[in-house]
Structure formats: C-alpha cells, structure tokens
Design a protein around this ligand. Sequence first.
Ligand SMILES: [Ca+2]
Ligand SMILES: [Ca+2]
Ligand SMILES: [Ca+2]
Length: 267
Amino acid sequence: MRFFTYAICVFIASLSTATSTLARDTAHQRTEPLVIETQREPMNAPEISASMFQAAAADTTVLAWYQFDSPAGTPDPQGWTARDVTAPSGTHFHVDGPACHGMPAINGAKSLWCGQWASNADAWCSWVALPGYGNNWDQRLEATVSASTVSYTIEWDSEPGYDFTRLEWFDSTSGQWVEDPNGYYDGVGGPLSEVRASPYGPTSVRFRFTSDGAYSDEDGLFSTVEGAVKIDDISIDGGPVEDFEGAACEDNIIGNWSASSIPGFGL
Ligand SMILES: [Ca+2]
Ligand SMILES: [Ca+2]
Ligand SMILES: [Ca+2]
C-alpha cells in the first residue's frame, strides 16, 4: 500500500512538472494566438440528441462547432465569410504595350489586350504560364455607341476549337447577341485588318473572348505567347480611329469602348 501511494505521488509530481514545462515553452514560443476560436456547443435539440455527437462525445475534443443557426433559429454565419467562386478573376480587356507590362503592341506603343501579365499577387501566383489568359473567361469589350460597321486590326493566340474571340452584334428583334456571320478567331493569327458590317443596321457591337474550363495559361496545359487577343486601330462607321496611344496603361474604358466581364452566379 505504501509503495502504491508513493507511485501515485510520483506520477502526480511528474504530471505537474510536465504541465509547467509545456506552459513555459508555449509562452516563450508564441505570445499571441494565430487563431482564436470560440467553442460552441450545439444549441438545437436535434443536434444535441444526434447519435453521432453523443457517441463521440466521450472521447472527442470539440475544437469548434458551427450549425449556422442562432438560438432563435434564424440563419447565423457565426463569423464565417462567403466568397463567390464563380465570380470572374477580373476585367481583362485593358490598354497594354511595351511601356506598360512589356506586351508588344500591334501598332504604335499601345493596343488593347485581353490577357493577364505574370504576377506574384495572390490571385495569379498559382497560374502556371502567364502572361496569357485563364480558364472560364468571358470577357467583353463593347462599344458605347451604335455601329453599322466596325474596322479593326486583331491578333489572337488561344486554344483552337475551345477558346474563341468573336465579334457580336445585338439583334434587337430577338434580344440576343449574335456572332458576326464572318466567323471567329481561334488558334494563332494576325495581325489582321478587318471590316465587318452589322446584319441588323445600326446596333450595339462588342468583342467577346470566351475560354472553356481547361487548357490555358492558368493551368499551363496550353501556354500562349500573347494570348488571348489584342486589338488596335478600331473605327466605328469609318469615324476617328482609336489607336489607344493616348490612353493610360490598364485603362479599360477608352473613348467609345468599355470592357467588362460577366458577374458571378451570386451567393
Ligand atoms: Ca481552353
Ligand atoms: Ca503564356
Ligand atoms: Ca496602337
């Protein structure tokens, strides 16, 4: 019995020493916690009585518990924030050239480029083969005035058969954007000077680049040199030529042209 009592005392003394040592080391190594979590016990009766929680409770340490209901039963994010992963990575038609990021211009020192330059910023650091374009892009460059004809010089570099640049006219009868009947741009081509005419008379016109879900500069499975597309010297109805030389780097609203991308699905 005496030996047993002694053994218990030694065990308690050892545990006390180990606990003190751990506390000291922890205090020295980290003065502030990186994450503060507030443990929340289940508040709803169905969850408290759920067999999984009851069975595991005896030997489980609950680090955090979220059921996203307030005690009154209303939705409660409980400190979590939401992000729409369907939201586009940004608006990518923009003024670029040797004086901006180094992308060659079609004519002069600047063109309009639909693409992303190499960057270590958070949104781009995992992209494999920039400069170039990403997966699931739907980028538009739309005229802010009506047009019957549009002339332009275009140079493109995108996955053939899957990633396309199109010129689209707005058909007010159907309420739909319709691809120009003379076709699209894919693969590698240009610079090519084009003049295209509206099938619907004076109406809205836009350039549109779309890519599918794989094979781009984002995943590196299709690395382009100057993708997706560059445009220069645009004229509407034979009017003044927009050569982008007077625009600032990164501008995406220039003269009669405005760039945009589709919004995300929403939360
Ligand atoms: Ca692709
Ligand atoms: Ca590339
Ligand atoms: Ca130019």
